[in-house]
Design a protein around this ligand. Sequence first.
Ligand code: SF4
Length: 343
Amino acid sequence: MTISTILNKANKLHNLTKEEIYYLLCDSYDDNILFKEADRIRNFYLGNKVHLRGLIEFSNYCKNNCLYCGIRRSNKLISRYRIQPDMLISIAKNAAHVGYKTLVLQSGEDSFYSVEKLQYIIHELKKLNLAITLSIGEKSFEEYQAYKEAGADRYLLRIETTNKNLYHRLDPQMSWDNRKQCLINLQKLGYELGSGFMVGLPRQSLESIADDILFLKELNVDMAGIGPFIPHPQTPLKNVKNNPFRLSLKVIAILRLLLPDINIPATTAMEALHPKGRILALQCGANVIMPNVTNLEFCKSYQLYPGKPLPFDSLEIQYNKISKMLTTLGRTIATDFGFHQKF
Ligand code: SF4
């Protein structure tokens, strides 16, 4: 097995075995070759456009207690907030005015936002000619259906890991099987489906990451989000020593080889680990950025992981800075909704 035979196969079939993926995840070759190939495939299928998804973190209350998460229920050190529906709509209007075509509404699993409240918000946001992505956790089939009927277009729900033992250790009281069922339900309902997993979790092997990659391939996701694990000081995993930055870049690149036309974000977590994290991810296969458009006063308290880059600039300045940064990479902001174009 060599890097060139694996890349040739990936180029022809967009499929690899677990052993081949494992080889790519290891350090036995020059990973710049992998990154260059992923960048070439991204350019071939998707061109130089980068989709911006404005992220609104509207509640940091969560009923769950995931060991790695800064807004877990047991963290009593953060101040909790909920953005009221009308304020959320006003944030969305500002973002739409600046040029955003998609907004991502993200929160912990917070039952304060009833189905009726969320339907109202989605209805109002659709009037702004926006694509709406929800990232609000595990819900019943009927709730997902109600949001879809209200106009939601996409849903993000990361599987986090396909290793069930690891999942149940890190996400106590949650069920991996239920999470998978949620993903299947979302697909049945016609959402564009985003999923993903964490990289660098304690006791997560490379074999397990290879399984995670194959899981997303098999699920045929429309979007894959990779979250490098960054230990949060107010969680039980605070003492874990790890920097999965390079490994996360490899995962992004491998996903691009296997799912050449999907949307892959360069996540802000990558920027928390490396000052050029987002740029490097964009050069390893990513084609989406999710700038935070939440008011600073709230977004400071939405710390899933430490070191999160905060939006100190106004929305206009932030948008213009991203546009300039993309120009230096030979890329531009896409002006369409950025739905998954299947080839
Ligand atoms: S990872 Fe998600 S579900 Fe788990 S505690 Fe954090 S916000 Fe809640």
